[in-house]
Design a protein around this ligand. Structure first.
Ligand code: FAD
Ligand code: DHB
Length: 393
C-alpha cells in the first residue's frame, strides 16, 4: 500500500490529523493497534479549550459537541474548606471551556472517517518505521488478519501515545528527553450520579487533591489523589465515596456528593515529559508521543489537537506549493506552546496536591499561593487565560 501520510494511532491526535489532511486533499492511512470498540470506550480527559472546540467545529465534526458539550464559564478552587470561583468569562473577555469526553471526540472523528470511507485500520499494530532519511518511509505492521504488511508513505506521523513505537525510532543520540515524575497518581472514576456541582471543583485538602467533574447531567467524573503504588483493587466503591466526601467536607457542609454505581475506575500516574525535537527526517511526533502533562490543567487532549493543527497546515503548504518552511518550523513552533503548557500543568499540580515529604513551611507557602491566586485579579487572570487555552502564535 502507498499513501502520502501514514498516521500511527487513532487517538485524538491521529484522527484529527487525518480529517484535517482529508479536508486539504491530502491522502492518509491511519493504523491503530486496538479495536474500534476499545478506543471508543477508553475513558480519559474531558475538557476542551475554546480553541479546540473552534477547531472541531471548523472541521465539521462538532455537531454533537455543540449539542451535548457542557459550556463552562468558570471553575472553583477549594481549600481551607471554602470554594472560590475563577470566572473565565469575566477574566478572559468571554472565553469558556467545554466539558465533552475524549472518547466522544474520538467517536465523532471515527464516524466522520467511516462515513467518508477513508482508510482507518483497527487491530493493526505498527512494529517499525524505516527509511526516515530516504525517499519514502516504510511502515511495518501486522494487520487484523495476522499478516505482516508494509505501507510506503512520504511522511509518517507518530500519534501513537506515550508508549508507542514511533518516538523509539529516533536514535537516542538525536532525542533530548525532559521529564519529571510526581510522587502521586489520580484514581479516576466514572459514576452514574448527578454532578456534585455545576462547575468543576479543584480541591486542595490535607488528605490530598480531589477533582469533581462530569460528563452529563446524570454522569459524574471524579478524581482523588492516591499513592503511586496503589491499585484500583485497593479502592472499594465505599472507600472512594468516603474519601471524596472527606476531602470536600467542611463545617458548613460542603458540596453534596450523591453516590451512585461506579461504571469505570482507573489509576493514572502524574508525569511531565517532553521529547525534543518533534521531527526526525520523515517522521513527525504529535500529542502524547512527544509530550505528557499531569492532568491537573486538563491539557493533554488539547495539546494533541494543537500539534496536529500546526502539522496539517505545514503539510498543506508542502503539498500545495512545495514549500517546506512550515514543516521545518513544526517542532520549534509546537514546542514553544508545549513548554508554556507544561509550565501551567506543573504549576497547577504543585499548587493543588499534597506532597508527603515537605516541611510545614512549604505547606504554608502552598496555601498562601492559593490564597494569592483567588485574591489577586492578576493571578486569577493568569490561571484563567491558561485554562481556557493560550493563543496560537
Ligand atoms: P492517545 O490518545 O494515547 O492515542 C494513541 C493511540 O495510538 C492509541 O489509540 C493507541 O492504541 C495507539 N497505538 C499505540 N501504539 C501503537 C502502535 N504500535 N501501532 C498502532 N497504534 C498504536 N488528560 C487530561 O487532561 N485529563 C485526564 O483526566 C486524563 N486522563 C488520562 C488517563 C489515561 C489512562 C491516559 C493514558 C491519559 C489521560 N489523559 C488525561 C491524557 C489525554 O488523554 C492524552 O493527552 C490524549 O489521549 C493524547 O492523545 P493522543 O492522540 O496523542 O494519544
Ligand atoms: C477532567 C479531567 C481533568 O484532568 C481536568 O483537569 C478536569 C476535568 C475530566 O475528565 O472531566
Amino acid at each position: 500500500m502507498r499513501t502520502q501520510v501514514a498516521i500511527v494511532g487513532a487517538g485524538p491526535a491521529g484522527l484529527a490529523l487525518a480529517h484535517l489532511l482529508h479536508r486539504r486533499g491530502i491522502e492518509s492511512i491511519v493504523l491503530e493497534s486496538r479495536s474500534r470498540a476499545h478506543v471508543e470506550r477508553r475513558v480519559r480527559a474531558g475538557v476542551l479549550e475554546a480553541g479546540s472546540v473552534d477547531l472541531l467545529l471548523a472541521m465539521g465534526v462538532g455537531e454533537r459537541l455543540r449539542r451535548e458539550g457542557l459550556v463552562h464559564r468558570g471553575i472553583a478552587l477549594r481549600f481551607a474548606d471554602t470554594s472560590h470561583r475563577i470566572d473565565f468569562d469575566e477574566l478572559t473577555g468571554g472565553q469558556t471551556v467545554t466539558v465533552y469526553g475524549q472518547q466522544e471526540v474520538v467517536k465523532d472523528l471515527i464516524a466522520a472517517r467511516a462515513a467518508l470511507g477513508l482508510p482507518l485500520l483497527f487491530e493493526s499494530e505498527v512494529s517499525a518505521v524505516n527509511g526516515l532519511h530516504g525517499d519514502r518511509v516504510a511502515i511495518a505492521y501486522r494487520s487484523a488478519d495476522g499478516i505482516e504488511r508494509i505501507i510506503r508513505a512520504d511522511y509518517v506521523v507518530g500519534c501513537d501515545g506515550f508508549h508507542g513505537v514511533c518516538r523509539r525510532a529516533i536514535p537516542a543520540s538525536e532525542l533530548r528527553i525532559y521529564e519529571r515524575d510526581f510522587p502521586f497518581s489520580w484514581l479516576g472514576i466514572l459514576a452514574q450520579s448527578p454532578p456534585v456541582s455545576e462547575e468543576l471543583i479543584y480541591t486542595h485538602h490535607e488528605r490530598g487533591f480531589a477533582l469533581v467533574s462530569m460528563r452529563s447531567p446524570t454522569i459524574s467524573r471524579l478524581y482523588v489523589q492516591c499513592a503511586n503504588d496503589e491499585h484500583v483493587d485497593d479502592w472499594s466503591d465505599d472507600r472512594f465515596w468516603t474519601e471524596l466526601r472527606a476531602r470536600l467536607a467542611s463545617d458548613a457542609g460542603g458540596p453534596n456528593v450523591v453516590a451512585g454505581p461506579i461504571l469505570q475506575k482507573g489509576i493514572t500516574p502524574l508525569r511531565s515529559f517532553v521529547a525534543e525535537p518533534m521531527r526526525y527526517g520523515r517522521l513527525f511526533l504529535a500529542g502524547d508521543a512527544a509530550h505528557i502533562v499531569p492532568p491537573t490543567g486538563a491539557k493533554g487532549m488539547n495539546m494533541a489537537l494543537a500539534d496536529v493543527r500546526v502539522l496539517a497546515a505545514a503539510l498543506d503548504a508542502f503539498y500545495a506549493r512545495g514549500d517546506d518552511g512550515l514543516l521545518e518550523a513544526y517542532s520549534p513552533t509546537c514546542l514553544r506552546r508545549v513548554w508554556r503548557t507544561q509550565r501551567f500543568s506543573a504549576w497547577m499540580t504543585s499548587m493543588l496536591h499534597r506532597f508527603a515529604d515537605v516541611s510545614e513551611f512549604d505547606r504554608r507557602v502552598q496555601l498562601a499561593e492559593l490564597d494569592y491566586v483567588i485574591s489577586s485579579r492578576a493571578a486569577s487572570q493568569t490561571l484563567a487565560e491558561n485554562y481556557v487555552g493560550l493563543a496560537f502564535t
